[in-house]
Ligand binder design. Structure first.
Ligand code: SER
Length: 332
C-alpha cells in the first residue's frame, strides 16, 4: 500500500517536472538495475532504455527501447530529440580489463560518448547528465587507504586514464558552459541480477555464482588484494540521489568519492563459508592483479556525505547474505 502510494506520488511529480530519461548502455550490470529503479521513480513511459543490443531482461519490455551506439553522435541526438529527453544517464563504457586489450576502442567509446552527451547539454537539448567515474582514476602514488576526494591521481590503466580525462571534461563543461553534470566514482559493484563484464572487481560477483554452482572458485586476484566494493542497491541509490540533489549541493563537478566497504578475496571467502561451509577457493592471479595493485584499498567519502548526504547501507555480511539468498533462488 505504502509502495503504491510512493509510486503514484513519483509519477505525479515526474509528470509535473516532465523528466524524460535516456539511459545509454542500459543493458549492462548497473544499467539494468538503474533502469528498473528509474522506472519505479519516474514511470516506465518516462524512461527510455538504450544499448547497442537489447538484453532479454524483462525490465526492458516495460519501457521504450532504442538500439543505440554510444559513439554515434547523430544517433544520440536523434534519440534525444525524438523522445524529448531531459536527463541522460551515460552508462556505456569498456571496463578496466577489457580496455587493456583494446586501448584505442576503449578511449573512443569512453571519451567520445561523454563528449557527445556533454555537447547536447551545452546546446541545451538536455538539462542534466549523469556520468560514472571510478576508483580507477587513482594510481600508484595516490594514498592507498582512505583515499581522499582530492589527491594525487596517476592512473596506469586505459580505463582509469579515460575516467580521469572524463572527470576533467565534466568540470570544464560545468565551469565554462554551465552544464549540469553529476558524477560519482563507483568502487567494485556487487550484484546478482545482471553480470558485470570486463572489470577487475568482477571476481567479487563470479565467486558467488561459482560457490553456488560448483562449491569452488579460482580467483584471478591474490588472496590479500584489498579493494573498495559496494552492493548494487547502494550504487543505484547514490546515482539517483546525486541526480536529485539540489544543484547548489553538488559542489564537486568532476566526480565524488563514494564508499561502502573494502575486503580481500580471502575475507570474502570466510564470509561465504559462513553460509556455504563446503566452499573452497584457490588463486591464479593474472594481468588483472597489476590493475588491482594500482588502485586504492579504501575510499574517504566524507565530501559526498557532507554535500548531498550520501551514506552506504550494505556491509560485507549484508552483501554476502543478499547475494547467496538471491542467487540460490535464481541459479538453482
Ligand atoms: N569495476 C570496475 C572495474 O573493475 C572499476 O570501476 O573495471
Amino acid at each position: 500500500m505504502r509502495n503504491r502510494f510512493i509510486y503514484i506520488c513519483n509519477h505525479f511529480l515526474s509528470f509535473l517536472m516532465s523528466t524524460k530519461i535516456l539511459i545509454i548502455g542500459a543493458c549492462g550490470q548497473i544499467g539494468t538495475e538503474l533502469t528498473a529503479a528509474l522506472q519505479t521513480r519516474y514511470g516506465a513511459a518516462n524512461v527510455i532504455a538504450s544499448d547497442i543490443r537489447k538484453s532479454d531482461d524483462k525490465v526492458f519490455s516495460e519501457s521504450p527501447f532504442e538500439i543505440l551506439d554510444a559513439t554515434d553522435k547523430l544517433g544520440i541526438k536523434t534519440c534525444v530529440e525524438k523522445h524529448q529527453i531531459t536527463d541522460v544517464y551515460l552508462m556505456a563504457a569498456l571496463l578496466s580489463a577489457t580496455a587493456e586489450k583494446n586501448p584505442e576502442f576503449a578511449w573512443e567509446l569512453n571519451m567520445n560518448s561523454l563528449l557527445h552527451v556533454l555537447n547536447l547539454a551545452k546546446d541545451k537539448l538536455i538539462e542534466k547528465v549523469f556520468w560514472p567515474s571510478s576508483i580507477a582514476v587513482f594510481g600508484k602514488n595516490s594514498p592507498k587507504k582512505q583515499t581522499p576526494q582530492h589527491t594525487i591521481m596517476d592512473p596506469s590503466t586505459v580505463y582509469g586514464i579515460s575516467k580521469l580525462s572524463g572527470e576533467r571534461w565534466c568540470e570544464y563543461y560545468y565551469e565554462n558552459y554551465g552544464v549540469d553534470v553529476r558524477s560519482i566514482r563507483y568502487p567494485g559493484i556487487i550484484s546478482w541480477k545482471a553480470q558485470p563484464g570486463g572489470g577487475t572487481t568482477d571476481y567479487a560477483v563470479e565467486i558467488f555464482h561459482e560457490a553456488i554452482k560448483n562449491d569452488s572458485y579460482t580467483c584471478f586476484l591474490k588472496e590479500n588484494t584489498m579493494l573498495p566494493m559496494m552492493f548494487m542497491d547502494d550504487a543505484v541509490r547514490a546515482t539517483i540521489d546525486i541526480m536529485n540533489a539540489e544543484s547548489t549541493e553538488v559542489k564537486v563537478r568532476s566526480s565524488y568519492n563514494i564508499a561502502a566497504t573494502s575486503f580481500t578475496p580471502k575475507e570474502l571467502t570466510v564470509e561465504i563459508q559462513e553460509l556455504l561451509p563446503n566452499f573452497t577457493i584457490n588463486y591464479e592471479p593474472d594481468f588483472r592483479q597489476a590493475i588491482a595493485d594500482s588502485w586504492p584499498e579504501s575510499i574517504d567519502d566524507t565530501t559526498a556525505a557532507n554535500d548531498w548526504n550520501w551514506s552506504a547501507t550494505f556491509d560485507i555480511k549484508a552483501i554476502v547474505s543478499e547475494m547467496i539468498t538471491n542467487l540460490k533462488s535464481t541459479l538453482v
